[in-house]
Design a protein around this ligand. Sequence first.
Ligand code: NDP
Length: 284
Amino acid sequence: MYKIIDGKEVSSYVKQQVKLQTDILKQQGITPCLAVIIVEGDPASRVYVNNKKRACEVCGIKSLEYALAGDVGEEELLALIDKLNNDSSVNGILCQLPVPKHIDEKKVIDAISPAKDVDGFSAENVGKIWLGDYSISPCTPMGVIELLDYYKIDVQGKNCVVVGRSNIVGKPMAALLLERNATVTVCHSKTKDLASFTKNADIIVAAVGRAGFITADMVSEGAVVIDVGINRLSDGKLAGDVDFEAVKEKASYITPVPGGCGPMTIAVLMKNTIEATKMQNNIK
Ligand code: NDP
């Protein structure tokens, strides 16, 4: 019998913990502040930004929104980031991705000061994760770790297969699992016989971006199945990378989509904003 990993429940718990920390900071006269930049045009980005603002409210974090027109120039966006980097009242900065094609995403990521990079995308913060010496966590992968911890799923010595090797999900996911003593295999589009890896996995993390990609025949009995994928179907519904209905019958634990990993990303973003605030104020 499988158990559903409830991302809504865990994300509420994490946000409650963040709120307690915000309250302590406020007693010291410090109000954590997150600046969110959005280049308008992508409806999904607008939904994500609104969700982030709502999470800030729940956590007592001040949020600032900078909504830029879709044709904003790269220079103007980079100048805004520079201004926010130098504003001591702003503790965290994120620019909602993707940005339009005329803007170089890498330049945007590189422009955000690592101390305020609450998404954890900067080269410095990514490097620190691999060194095992970090305060700012990669939001989505750390959200997966929070889910595993909450359900007391120990990864030590387990065979963990991460499907997907993007810089924001697959690679940092592998680093976090490795740090926790899992035996980690990272699979990608060039992997031969993917099922031979996933079938041997105690824990599968799917981050591919293809609806229903992980099917029941690719999963062993009792596996923990974490679905990071968020795919919009033609009928407008959201679906994960895992064929949930079939795979759940074999899994011991499984995340639904929506309501699994999705809410965790924002919860960790809130946590990172507090961490950044503490670091900037020399608070341990
Ligand atoms: P990317 O497109 O950047 O990466 C997808 C990865 O999947 C690549 O590494 C690619 O391999 C691999 N892949 C593609 N096809 C196959 C295949 N046939 N077999 C094995 N591997 C394959 O996506 P992201 O990592 O950014 O996102 C993945 C999913 O997670 C998406 O659905 C996205 O919406 C979702 N997501 C959810 C978040 C959340 O908040 N829960 C946050 C971020 C993403 P290769 O490198 O060889 O091309």
